[in-house]
Design a protein around this ligand. Structure first.
Ligand code: ZN
Length: 213
């Protein structure tokens, strides 16, 4: 009876994601640590059931990740990532929800980089495509609501970027078939953010905000 939340630790296996500014940690390891801690927190609170797309260091395609919430008819899908930028001063967390049109060029670039390796989809003009467009619209608005709730629970408690709720066409969110957001917990290309994200005590503040949302 309780709704299912699927947590996706970004990257894994032969795909390390971004490397931290110190060169000591990879995005795939920090996203898995955060995913495990969020799972434990949600299980402890007891309001939802939790599934993970991966619980160890393994490679999964974006379609394999998105198939998990579809198979389980999940109520919510959250993909966890660590951000990285050429500007070493960039820091703070961002929540992305699905849109065909990116909110800004940086969001578009991020989606393109996270979508690497996914096959592109074509849309037809038939009834089936129209119906799936309607379902997609409902999914998008529920995802945007979820992202807004994340920002609301996070503000004042964790470092957020300016305009922390952004939009872009993430393949893994589009295919999830459930309200879905992609959370970038902070920039591991920034020395201060790297320290925060490597600290279990600091991660627990993020986990609490996510679990409440
Ligand atoms: Zn990533």
């Amino acid at each position: 009876g309780r709704p299912i939340v699927v947590i996706d630790a970004g990257h894994g296996g032969r795909d390390p994601g971004a490397t931290s500014v110190s060169g000591q940690v990879s995005e795939k390891d920090l996203s898995l640590a955060l995913a495990r801690e969020l799972k434990d927190q949600l299980v402890k609170r007891g309001r939802v059931r939790v599934a993970m797309t991966r619980e160890d260091d393994r490679y999964l395609t974006l379609d394999e990740r998105a198939a998990v919430p579809r198979r389980l008819s999940a109520a919510m899908f959250i993909s966890l990532h660590m951000d990285s930028a050429p500007n070493p001063l960039a820091r703070g967390a961002t929540v992305y929800s699905l849109s065909d049109i990116a909110s800004d060029t940086e969001a578009a670039r991020l989606a393109a980089s996270e979508n690497r390796g996914a096959r592109s989809e074509t849309t037809g003009g038939n009834v089936e495509a129209m119906l799936s467009d309607l379902a997609m619209q409902a999914q998008r608005s529920a995802s945007a609501d979820l992202a807004a709730r994340f920002v609301d629970r996070s503000s004042g408690r964790i470092e957020l970027r300016l305009n922390p709720h952004r939009f872009a066409a993430f393949h893994v969110l589009r295919r999830a078939d459930a309200p879905a957001v992609l959370f970038e917990a902070g920039y591991i290309s920034n020395a201060d953010d790297e320290l925060l994200l490597r600290s279990p005590a600091q991660r627990s503040r993020i986990v609490l905000a996510l679990a409440q949302a």
